[in-house]
Design a binder for this molecule. Sequence first.
Ligand code: CA
Length: 237
Amino acid sequence: MPETAHKKRILVVEDEKNIAMLLAYNLMQAGYAYDIAYDGEDGLKKALSGGYDLILLDLMLPKLDGFEVCRRIREKLSTPIIIATARVEEVDKVMGLDIGADDYVTKPFPMNELLARIKANIRRSSNEVVTAPTEAADRTISIRGLEIDPEKYQVTRDGTPLELTKKEYELLVFMAKNQGTVYSREQLLEEVWGYEGFYGDTSSVDVTVSRLRAKLEVDAGKPEYLFTKRGMGYYIK
Ligand code: CA
């Protein structure tokens, strides 16, 4: 079989040609196959034509912006999507809009960090297919009015369903299964995000924890479920 048959395929949606070229070069060096789309419309079209293992999506794009592209891809596909944002303020918007992105990087991104995230997201999405049946057998987790049903991917608090993103849900399930254990941001990046020995920017964890808390807790300032252990990390009890 030709070597390319085993290569993971990545779609880069990026309108700045020099950045796209830099990404393409580094992806190729790292052993990936890639396609490039230079605007949102073409990005969406290529993404939906399928076959990609991951999509790296810029936000500010001509024709159709990255928010809309992400949302429309998510209606059809569960392909991992990493959002590239130029401004840190956009991160909150990305997370807040629940457009279905799996991860984000802020520009200018260190290439090794980006490649680590690409690798982790691809590994996680291929693992999910394999582990889904065993996870489905898991029993409901109950913590004082909070019910997590892994079989239905459903979380309710006092009977009211909570609308969680995939990452918020995964973080909650992981910590709820290990109640009382304090996890550092780096450990959560490894366990929930799937990064191997990655000790770079851990703000994804804080952003996701704060979004999860806003949905989970009656008063996010006085958490009843998801606690911070100062200087150490987070735990659920
Ligand atoms: Ca752009």
